[in-house]
Design a protein around this ligand. Structure first.
Ligand code: NAD
Length: 473
């Protein structure tokens, strides 16, 4: 079994205590993971603090070149990283529509390279004989990154590449359920970066809490659940840390009567069940107008009946297990509530393989707002399909959620779809698609889905503060 270490000040650090990382496909132990102590965290923060001035002073281009070298290192180790991802996270190597582990490592590469090309030039907002005013961007210092278990490598990259490119140093904590790919990436990265620029400490929420309260950390970038986001906001108040919080979503899609059903069903299926539904901006509530309700249900059922859920290392598997037993239990509880309310199960609804945390692709029709499956984020392979007649009513239902991450409108009338999209309360809206993200398009939530954005120049700016320079000649 491969040995994993913390990465502090450019060195591998072993720990007295470890915890097991479980393969959700068969409940076997993938590896023993180091459990960081409070002292390890102190050492990591001290290393990041010490490395900060020299890193911040490096020319932007030098930091950008080092980021590109990280992408090369990921590329050279793609197979190993993809297999490790499948073993700790459960997602298939390729999977449905090629959106498995290869998609995550490939996306990691693409994201690093695109982000490395971003710059934050000085903005001159006034220039004249009497006065020149310029806006400069400065790094913040030490950034704390805390990541979840659904896309451990990709989400980690989304946090740390813009942070480091902008001149910050990092202390990162991956989810204790999926820490291994991140630790392996840290090993590769520490062969390239100066010591102390990227430190990784693995452990549970306790280490996360220490990071969010630490006086020498200037900013937290967090992706995870809304309740944890609330804890972080409180804990970060001590030294007024900057925050980017990417939290849960319960994205609604509104499908209108005039949709092109044949082209829509494949996209709806893929974006609802991407990563087995364990995706923040997956399509999670499907509102379909009367005229196409049956056709959409049939189209989705046909695809669902053709896919295979199994061990992600098996090339035939379209979908893997859920990542952990708590998430599986939540999905089963939501299904039980839907059954009690008389909803119609088009597929799935029963766990058939208990060797791992498997649950079949489950489509639930004739269900309404008020059922837990509609009102709560399922974060798993079960989709409620809600019928509507009146579009105004569908908009009210779509917005009747504490979350506001993404949403979508499906119609051949693009002008009408635009008008409806503009009324949805969410940070990203798609017309005739869902959950598709790009490195040059800002992405973030509103309401209880958090605040701040990632990606693009707008995301990069979140790792800087403004210094306004007024020059009187
Ligand atoms: P989680 O909140 O349970 O855990 C996320 C991370 O926070 C883990 O590393 C965990 O150890 C750490 N943590 C736990 N308690 C903490 C505390 N008190 N202080 C600091 N850190 C703490 O989330 P999860 O279950 O890993 O992820 C699933 C959730 O993440 C879903 O709700 C999903 O929608 C959300 N998510 C959002 C996005 C987005 O971009 N908006 C992306 C992916 C996932």
């Amino acid at each position: 079994m491969t040995t994993f270490s913390l990465w502090i000040n450019g060195k591998a650090v072993s720990t007295a205590n470890t915890f097991d990382v479980i393969n959700p496909a068969d409940k076997s132990v993938v590896a023993a993971c180091p459990q960081a102590s409070e002292q390890d965290l102190e050492n990591a923060v001290a290393a990041a603090k010490e490395a900060f001035p020299a890193w911040a002073e490096k020319p932007w281009q030098e930091r950008s070149d080092l980021m590109l070298k990280l992408a090369d290192a990921v590329e050279a180790n793609m197979v190993e990283l993809s297999e490790l991802l499948t073993k700790e996270q459960g997602k298939p190597q390729n999977g449905f529509a090629d959106m498995g582990a290869g998609f995550e490592t490939g996306g990691t590469l693409a994201w690093i390279r695109a982000t490395a090309g971003l710059t934050l030039p000085v903005e001159t907002i006034q220039e004249g004989d009497d006065l020149t005013i310029e806006v400069h961007r400065k790094p913040l210092g030490v950034v704390g990154s805390i990541t979840p278990w659904n896309y451990p490598l990709l989400i980690g990259i989304w946090h740390i590449i813009p942070a480091m490119l902008a001149g910050n140093t990092v202390v990162m904590k991956p989810s204790s359920l999926t820490p291994l790919t991140t630790l392996r990436f840290a090993e590769l990265a520490n062969e390239i970066l100066p010591a102390g620029v990227l430190n990784v400490v693995s452990g549970d929420g306790g280490i996360g809490r220490m990071i969010t309260a630490h006086e020498d950390i200037s900013k937290i970038v967090f992706t995870g659940s809304t309740p944890t986001g609330r804890h972080i906001m409180k804990s970060a108040a001590g030294n007024l840390k900057r925050l980017t919080l990417e939290l849960g979503g319960n994205d609604a899609a509104i499908v209108l009567d005039d949709v092109d059903v044949a082209s829509a069903v494949g996209k709806i299926f893929a974006t609802a069940f991407i990563n087995n539904g364990q995706t923040c901006a997956a399509l999670k509530r499907l509102y379909v107008q009367d005229g196409v309700y049956d056709a959409i249900c049939e189209g989705l059922t046909e695809i669902a009946n053709s896919v295979i859920t199994g061990n992600g290392m098996n090339p035939d598997s379209d979908f893997g297990p859920l990542q952990n037993p708590d998430q599986l239990q939540l999905v089963m509880d939501l299904a039980a509530d839907a059954k009690e309310r008389g909803a119609r199960f088009l597929t799935g609804g029963e766990q058939t393989n208990t060797n791992g945390y498997y649950y079949p692709i489950t489509l639930v029709a004739d269900i309404k707002d008020g059922a837990r499956l509609v009102d709560e984020e399922q974060f798993g392979p079960i989709l409620p399909i809600i019928r509507f007649s009146d579009v105004e009513e569908a908009i009210v239902h779509a917005n009747n959620s504490p979350n506001g991450l993404g949403g979508s409108v499906w119609s051949q009338d693009i002008e009408r779809a635009r008008e409806i999209a503009s009324r949805l309360e969410c940070g990203s809206v798609w017309i005739n698609h869902h959950a598709v993200i790009q490195p040059h398009a800002p992405f973030g939530g509103i309401k209880q889905s958090g605040f701040g954005v990632e990606f693009s120049e707008a995301g990069l700016k979140e790792f800087t503060s403004i210094q306004t320079l007024h020059v009187y000649p």
